[in-house]
Design a protein around this ligand. Structure first.
Ligand SMILES: [Mg+2]
Length: 260
């Protein structure tokens, strides 16, 4: 027969287990690590990688801001080696295609580049604005554009120079407004770009048009003028889709914003 001391130890152990196994007891999780509890951040990281892929492939369709749970994941990607590696690989594919193009030599063989997040990186601006987790503010972004301090992507500059050397005519097609022409040209030159044939910006008649429509119309005009659009590089699907599309389009990554 158990002694009174043995009985009280048994009761204590029983009470302890009852306490620990009671799901209503929130204190329990503070000192017992459940197997799944460490998986939540890993699950978020996995989800955010899937979200980025969905955004890049346009499976996500139109979106306003990045999911709040993905700010760290997007920041890590943008500031790590992967982002720059992705640009490099895309530049390599673009250049490999460009080398297969038979140029006519009449100056009409065109490669189109978008500017923001394609030739120039605005990551310093977006770093100070939540990496796309806060709604776009045109006033503050335009203040940044006027400064003209956005650096080039090394891979894009490499591709740009190589295309020029091959004999392509470079046309820049941007959603920036006509009144930002001089600061845009200055920024491009400081970043290392030169020798473009045209810089096409949104005029008064283009205000209110979707980027897809505006850029398609501009490409359509070029084709009417006899240009052949072999390649097109942009960070938005609206740089590349629509009508009068290039023979090959090259989408560089942008997990920070979506322009329809
Ligand atoms: Mg862009």
């Amino acid at each position: 027969m158990a002694s009174p001391r043995g009985l009280s130890i048994s009761f204590f152990i029983l009470h302890l287990f009852t306490f620990l196994l009671d799901p209503s007891n929130s204190v329990r999780t503070s000192f017992i690590k459940l197997p799944g509890s460490e998986g939540s951040s890993s699950a978020a990281a996995t989800y955010c990688k899937s979200w980025r892929l969905a955004a890049e492939t346009n499976n996500a369709g139109t979106w306003d801001v990045i999911p709040s749970t993905c700010v760290d994941s997007v920041s890590e990607y943008l500031n790590g080696e992967q982002f720059l590696s992705d640009y490099n690989v895309i530049a390599d594919y673009a250049l490999a295609f460009a080398k297969t193009v038979e140029l006519s030599g009449d100056g009409k063989d065109v490669w189109i580049f978008d500017i923001d997040e394609t030739l120039l990186t605005n990551i310093d601006y977006y770093k100070a604005h939540g990496y796309g987790s806060v709604p776009y503010d045109s006033n503050s972004f335009n203040e940044w554009v006027v400064q003209g301090t956005a650096p080039a992507f090394d891979a894009s500059l490499r591709l740009y120079k190589a295309l020029k050397k091959l004999g392509f005519t470079i046309i820049l097609l941007t959603g920036r407004d006509e009144d930002q022409r001089s600061c845009t040209e200055r920024n491009l030159r400081v970043a290392g770009y030169s020798g473009w044939e045209r810089l096409l910006l949104r005029g008064p008649e283009d205000q209110g048009k979707s980027a897809t429509n505006y850029k398609s119309e501009q490409r359509g005009k070029l084709i009417k003028q006899g240009f052949k659009i072999h390649g097109n590089s942009g960070d938005q699907w609206s740089d590349l889709l629509g009508f009068a599309v290039a023979d090959r389009s090259f989408k560089v990554p942008n997990p920070m914003y979506y322009i329809p």
